[in-house]
Design a protein around this ligand. Structure first.
Ligand SMILES: NC(=O)c1ccc[n+]([C@@H]2O[C@H](COP(=O)([O-])OP(=O)(O)OC[C@H]3O[C@@H](n4cnc5c(N)ncnc54)[C@H](O)[C@@H]3O)[C@@H](O)[C@H]2O)c1
Length: 415
């Protein structure tokens, strides 16, 4: 197999961005995946996906409107799951049982049990399960990790991740406000709990609480990202909804290294927002610029402020992967995000990594386990809020603590 024949499952908003990313991967010159099929239960979305593949690749993909056809098709070796989170496991498990490899959008599963069902199916069938996490592929995040790995900060003792600000509007889709579907506190903040583990290593303990800050959400007229397809979709949404899932996560994390992490996330509140990501060690502090904006990482050492080439000169062994260099340019640590679609390049990197894992039998960078621990870092905070005490990763993964998740598991037959 030179290129892995793959089916994209879920052709909604993010599914379309994945199609752009497969094109970016193909154009990199080292593409290892061929998008041969698409699947969506909604025939209109399947048709939109088909037309997008035709426009970008000049070929017509196989089109499925149910999962059975994908599972039994002999020419599909892998699937990319881009459905809403509550059905990730329902799609991925039968696909893996049929011996096909899976790349799955974050959050890996809607609960820890859903994640474990997926990891179990991958192990049993001996296929690759990877979690699509594109923020960590951002060159500034790679550089930040390089700084930490090189020991320029000394042992990090604290990370601060603070991403606040939002509105009382329905954020992209109504399901992003519902507990049993994958509300914002999970669906969005899981990006940041992955960044925490990428920078700081393994989680040990969680403390804090989740919150529904906005009790009612209203339909918005225009998409924040100005994509016409999103705006058209808004017209089909109810005028208002009452969220059942958290739009805010406030946590303290103890990491296995002994470092602490202060974590705050809210896509709510009308007073504007603020954003910080910093890592503090005895020797220095790094300030990360945010994700997918191409801005500079700033490193402060003994009162000196370093950026760009000054930082690179302290990292003789630092290198971007071949695919990163191809899509972003050699050793590029800043870029202009206006030059290309916001995240096609980031996703092309994660897709290439998945393809290499399938073709060479290596481990993908974000496997099922890391997808699950990023989910555990969100639910660990919610479970801690309910239990009124810190909760450990062991308690989360063993299922000893799962009061918050119980009703979701019960509704999905995962109990
Ligand atoms: N990495 C990122 O930056 C990023 C950004 C946005 C969304 N996402 C993730 O992408 C996923 C999808 O989000 P979205 O915004 O595209 O949602 P969406 O609601 O726009 O699209 C989901 C699509 O999946 C289809 N679908 C649902 N169940 C299905 C099934 N069983 N089989 C086939 N198709 C099915 C729906 O019909 C719909 O077309 C989520 O996991 C979300 O967290 C990631």
């Amino acid at each position: 197999m030179e290129k892995i024949p793959l089916c994209l499952i879920g052709c909604g908003g993010m599914g379309h961005r994945h199609i752009l990313a497969y094109k970016e991967l193909e154009d990199s010159g080292i593409g290892n995946i061929e998008l041969v099929a698409i699947c969506d239960l909604n025939p209109d979305n399947a048709d939109l996906g088909k037309r997008e593949v035709e426009r970008l690749f000049g070929r017509t993909p196989l089109v499925f409107t149910d999962l059975d056809g994908v599972v039994t098709h002999p020419d599909i070796a892998a699937v990319d799951v881009v459905t809403d989170p509550s059905v990730h496991h329902q799609v991925a498990v039968p696909v893996m049982e049929a011996g096909k490899h899976v790349l799955c959008e974050k959050p890996l599963g809607i609960t820890i049990r859903a994640c474990q069902a997926m990891i179990g199916a991958a192990e049993k069938s001996g296929v690759v399960l990877a979690t699509a996490e594109n923020l960590r592929r951002d060159p500034p995040n790679r550089l930040a990790r390089g700084i930490i790995d090189q020991g320029l900060l000394g042992d990090p003792y604290l990370m601060i991740h603070n991403s606040m600000g939002g509105s009382d509007r329905i954020y992209i889709t109504p399901w992003r406000h519902m507990k049993d579907k994958g509300a914002l506190g999970l669906d969005m903040a899981v990006h940041y709990t992955d960044i925490v583990q990428y920078y700081m290593g393994e989680y040990d303990e969680f403390y804090g609480m989740g919150k529904i800050v906005e009790p009612v959400r209203f339909r918005q007229d225009r998409a924040e990202n100005k994509l016409e397809s999103y705006t058209e979709r808004f017209k089909t949404f109810p005028e208002s909804i009452e969220p059942t899932g958290e739009d805010a996560v406030f946590g303290m994390y103890k990491m296995k290294s002994g470092a602490m992490v202060q974590f705050s996330f809210a896509r709510a509140g009308r007073g504007g927002g603020n954003w910080d990501r910093s890592v503090h060690g005895r020797l220095g502090t790094l300030f990360a610029p945010g994700d997918r904006n191409g801005k500079e990482v700033v490193l402060k050492l003994e009162g000196k402020k370093l950026t760009g080439e000054e930082i690179l000169s302290l990292l003789p062994d630092f290198q971007m992967s071949e695919i990163t260099a191809r899509v972003f340019g050699e050793n590029m640590v800043t870029y202009d995000p206006a030059e290309f679609p916001p995240d096609a390049k980031h996703m092309a990197i994660e897709m290439h990594d998945f393809g290499e894992a399938v073709l060479k039998g290596t481990k993908p960078e974000v496997d099922g386990y890391l997808g699950m621990t990023a989910v555990a870092a969100i639910y660990g905070v919610y479970e801690s809020g309910l239990a009124g005490r810190p909760v450990s990763m062991d308690e989360m993964l063993s299922g000893q603590v799962r009061a918050y998740q119980e009703e979701i598991d019960a509704a999905l037959g995962l109990d």
